[in-house]
Design a protein around this ligand. Structure first.
Ligand code: PLP
Length: 429
């Protein structure tokens, strides 16, 4: 571990200890069945849960549960053999369904992060350059460390800044074979979306430009067959690699990588280390994923998407009417309440917990230290009155907390304004 790494680990360790001491992180849930999915139980208290990625409510869908149980009955709890040798027939069915959902060849991955580890080292060569968005998910950033050790040139640019990206493409194109931009479809903290139209234009304009995008939080709740925010915003370009999650809204687990052509799919299947050296998804997960894909390929997904979108709109309007500092602007199920100061966010999350709500801290290292916030995820399980109760409680609590920390609403807006380097792009996006 380098000195820089060890001090970073120390800082994160201290932050998480602080959150644990205050009882707002690492909560242990009580042994209470989660039939309604709106609430969780901690130390005998029922909490309205705003930290779940179960956006379209499929996690507890009876059809997924039955399919998982049936898969266990047929194949047991595990069939541990790397896919390079043998795989259950569920994989074939699921990858066929994925091709129908996305329209292009797909490989199912054990997790999204293992998807990155399968794809990037196989696709990016030492003669290529990689540009990362400042906010791209940690699972991508960790994988890029392997690329760096393979001698790949890497650099990072401000979040969603297409003007910087284009200038870097122009600079790098004479020195490198391919220029890869690594981004998220929906950014998991601020809930904003990558500028798909601009990215598509850059792929059209520059032959060397390739886009690798993680759309984990965009899956299911939008796009044709729930294919997500990327394909909702652009056609599938030959230079696009799309990786997304079958956990989160999809209601199963694992990930999927989608390629424009069969040759690229084969390359990743044949050489992606996690696909050769690590185990497969469990039968229960595969069964649930196949059942979820059937829902995605039916008209039912449209109804789920429309219902969620009206909840997102309701949440947004209500937050606006209460003049809360919601930073997210892109109509996704992730709402980031900016508070800037770490201590303000701790007090707010704790006070919300005492009032019967759970929402997660969004703090360093996921966001810059002075751009701390509280993240609310909207799901189909919530009712409009859940949103009223939550947001009215936030509006009632926040002013006193700000006074106690000698901080103000003006300072919050300033920390998240256009002039703030760290979140400049949230506005631009
Ligand atoms: C954008 C994004 N990518 C990847 C991951 C990791 O997903 P997995 O647990 O499937 O590896 C997450 C997890 O929250 C995420 O938000």
């Amino acid at each position: 571990m380098t000195a820089q790494n060890s001090s970073q680990v120390e800082i994160v360790n201290r932050i998480v200890f602080k959150l644990r001491e205050q009882g707002i992180a690492h909560l242990k849930l009580d042994d209470v069945p989660m039939s309604n999915r709106r609430t969780i139980h901690n130390e005998g208290k029922e909490l309205l849960n705003f930290s779940s990625c179960n956006y379209v409510g499929l996690e507890a869908d009876e059809r997924l549960k039955r399919a998982a149980i049936e898969a266990i009955e047929r194949y047991g709890t595990q069939y541990y053999c790397v896919r390079a040798y043998t795989s259950l027939n569920y994989y074939q069915e699921l990858e066929h369904q994925m091709k129908q959902i996305f329209g292009f060849p797909a490989v199912v991955m054990p997790t999204t992060m293992l998807g990155h580890l399968s794809c990037l080292p196989s696709l990016v060569g030492s003669e290529d350059a990689v540009i990362l968005d400042h906010q791209v998910h940690t699972s991508v950033q960790m994988t890029v460390k392997i690329l760096k050790s393979n001698g790949v040139h890497t650099e990072m640019i401000r979040h969603n800044r297409m003007d910087y990206l284009e200038s870097r493409i122009l600079k790098l194109r004479n020195e490198y074979k391919k220029i890869w931009y690594l981004a998220d479809g929906v950014y998991s903290m601020y809930g904003n979306i990558a500028p798909m139209g601009d990215l598509y234009q850059l792929m059209q304009r520059y032959e060397q430009f390739h886009l690798y995008i993680d759309d984990s939080h965009g899956m299911s709740w939008t796009g044709k067959h729930g294919s997500g925010t990327v394909l909702d915003g652009m056609p599938f370009h030959p230079h696009l690699v799309l990786v997304t999650s079958l956990g989160k809204a999809f209601g199963a687990s694992g990930g999927v990588a989608v390629f424009h052509d069969q040759a690229t799919k084969d390359l990743v299947m044949n050489t992606g280390s996690p696909l050769i050296f690590t185990g497969p998804l469990q039968p229960a997960t595969l069964g649930a994923a196949v059942a979820s894909a059937k829902i995605h390929l039916s008209d039912e997904i449209l109804d789920l998407q429309n219902r969620l979108k009206s909840k997102i709109d309701y949440f947004e309007e209500k937050a606006k009417s209460l003049q809360l500092p919601i930073i997210s602007k892109d109509n996704t199920p992730i709402f980031f309440l900016g508070v800037s100061r770490f201590e303000v966010a701790c007090k707010l999350v704790k006070a919300l917990l005492d009032a019967g709500f759970f929402a997660g801290m969004a703090c360093y290292p996921s966001v810059p230290y002075n751009n701390t916030g509280v993240r609310f995820m909207v799901t189909l399980n919530h009712t409009e009155s859940d949103f009223d109760n939550l947001l009215e409680t936030v509006a009632a609590l926040l002013p006193d907390i700000l006074v106690s920390e000698n901080f103000s609403m003006e300072q919050i807006w300033k920390a998240f304004s256009k002039d703030s380097a760290a979140v400049k792009s949230v506005e631009a996006g």
